[in-house]
Design a protein around this ligand. Structure first.
Ligand code: ATP
Ligand code: MG
Length: 137
């Protein structure tokens, strides 16, 4: 059993598609092991995306991620990390395969509906970033 971190980003929360996105996970064998709705501040969003600190789009990324509440989840299941990335689709929704979350619910490379850990190592780090052990059930 693997665990991975998922974030429903401010654009998708604003659109009212939290339930539709969670349905994609649950319908594809991913269990919600932890979940909370939070408003990220600049420090938290910047810390979470610290690997991108030197990228030209870092400022926009942090300002977008703090633009409204997000839903942070731990997804659990067989191959959870890769399965979640498959369900999400490509970073740029215009390149995302039909039927993926980003193809169906995202508008742009900035407002791209969801985040998912990109390796098991990062999944463990990201889960710890948002949840204490007794919140992952
Ligand atoms: P995420 O980490 O959010 O799951 P990802 O792993 O598909 O997305 P990354 O390369 O990690 O993509 O980029 C992190 C986020 O930064 C992307 O989700 C996107 O919102 C933003 N981003 C990435 N590349 C660009 C870009 N060229 N221009 C603007 N924003 C970008
Ligand atoms: Mg990433």
């Amino acid at each position: 059993m693997e665990q991975t971190l998922s974030i429903i980003k401010p654009d998708a929360v604003q659109k009212g598609v939290i339930g539709k996105i969670i349905d994609r996970f649950e319908s594809n064998g991913l269990r919600i092991a932890a979940m909370k709705k939070v408003q990220l501040d600049e420090k938290t969003a910047g810390g979470f995306y610290a690997v991108h600190a030197e990228r030209p789009f870092f400022g926009e990324l942090v300002s977008f991620m703090t633009s409204g509440p997000v839903v942070v989840m731990v997804l659990e299941g067989e191959n959870a990390m890769a399965k979640n990335r498959d369900l999400m689709g490509a970073t740029n929704p215009k390149e995302a395969a039909a039927g993926t979350i980003r193809a169906d619910f995202a508008e742009s490379i900035d407002a791209n509906a969801v985040h998912g850990s990109d390796s098991l190592e990062n999944a463990a780090i990201e889960i710890k970033f948002f949840f204490s052990e007794n919140e992952v059930l």
